[in-house]
Design a binder for this molecule. Structure first.
Ligand code: SF4
Length: 243
C-alpha cells in the first residue's frame, strides 16, 4: 500500500516535470524562425506578386496592376489573370489604349473586376501621361492612385523596387500575433509594431514567407502546431484548438 502510494506520487511528479519541460518555450528568435519557415514553405507556391516577379514581371507598373488584381482574389486566380493581361499589354501606353470592355474581359475572373478595370485604365493613362514607360517606385505616387492602399503600395515597393517596407496582410498579422512577437488589434497597428521591432533585413521577406506559411501551416482555423517548425518558440497566443 505504502509502496503504491510512493510509486504513484513519483509518477505524478515525473509527469508534471515532463509537462513543464514540454511547455517551456525558448525565447523567440526571428532569424531562426524565418530560416525554418523558408524551408517549410518550399513545397508550396509563392505568394502571387513574388511568383510574378520570378517570371519576369518586375516593373513597378506590372506589380501594381497585379496587386490591384489580387485584391480580394485568390492567388490561384490572380496569377493566370495577370499573365493573361500582360500577354496582351504590359507597358502603361499599351494598357492605356485598351478599351474598358476589353480590359474588363481580360481580368474578369478577378473579384470586383469591373471597378478594377476602371482603376487600372485610369492608372495606365495617368502613368503614361506623367512618366511614360516607367512608373517610379515612389510611395506617394503609388498612394495617389485610386484603389491603391498602403498594403498594396508597400508590397509593390518591396517586390518591384527592393525598398525595405513591410506589407501586412491577414497572414502576417495573424501569425506574428500568435507567435507573441507583437500584439496588435488591426493590420495597421501590426505594421507600426513590426516597424518598431522587426529587423529591417526581414521587412520584405516577412510577407513572402508568412503568406504561404499562414495558408498551409499556421492556418486561420486549427493551425498545424504539432508539426510546426517554430512550435518551441511560439507562444500560440489565442490558439484554442490545433492539429
Ligand atoms: S506553433 Fe501553431 S500557432 Fe505557432 S506558428 Fe506554429 S502553427 Fe502557428
Amino acid at each position: 500500500m505504502e509502496r503504491t502510494r510512493l510509486r504513484d506520487g513519483f509518477t505524478l511528479t515525473f509527469m508534471l516535470v515532463t509537462l513543464e519541460v514540454l511547455m517551456e518555450k525558448r525565447p523567440f528568435d526571428i532569424g531562426l524562425a524565418l530560416e525554418r519557415i523558408e524551408e517549410a514553405v518550399r513545397p508550396w507556391p509563392k505568394a502571387a506578386l513574388f511568383q510574378l516577379a520570378e517570371e519576369g514581371y518586375t516593373s513597378t507598373f506590372e506589380q501594381l496592376l497585379a496587386c490591384i488584381i489580387s485584391i480580394r482574389t485568390y492567388d490561384e486566380v490572380t496569377l493566370p489573370v495577370s499573365r493573361t493581361l500582360f500577354a496582351r499589354a504590359r507597358l502603361p501606353a499599351e494598357v492605356a489604349q485598351l478599351s474598358w470592355e476589353e480590359l474588363d474581359g481580360l481580368i474578369s475572373p478577378s473579384t470586383f473586376h469591373e471597378r478594377k478595370a476602371h482603376q487600372i485604365l485610369a492608372i495606365a493613362q495617368q502613368v503614361d501621361a506623367q512618366f511614360g514607360a516607367t512608373l517610379p517606385g515612389d510611395r506617394d505616387v503609388l498612394l495617389s492612385f485610386a484603389g491603391v492602399g498602403p498594403k498594396c503600395a508597400n508590397l509593390v515597393l518591396g517586390v518591384a523596387c527592393g525598398t525595405p517596407v513591410i506589407s501586412v496582410d491577414v497572414h502576417v498579422h495573424r501569425v506574428t500575433g500568435r507567435w507573441g512577437y507583437i500584439k496588435a488589434s488591426t493590420p495597421e497597428k501590426a505594421l507600426s509594431a513590426l516597424e518598431a521591432k522587426l529587423p529591417e533585413q526581414y521587412w520584405i521577406d516577412i510577407n513572402r514567407l508568412l503568406v504561404p506559411f499562414g495558408k498551409h501551416i499556421c492556418t486561420g482555423n486549427r493551425p498545424r502546431c504539432s508539426t510546426c517548425p517554430v512550435l518551441e518558440m511560439c507562444k500560440q497566443v489565442g490558439v484554442t484548438a490545433h492539429r
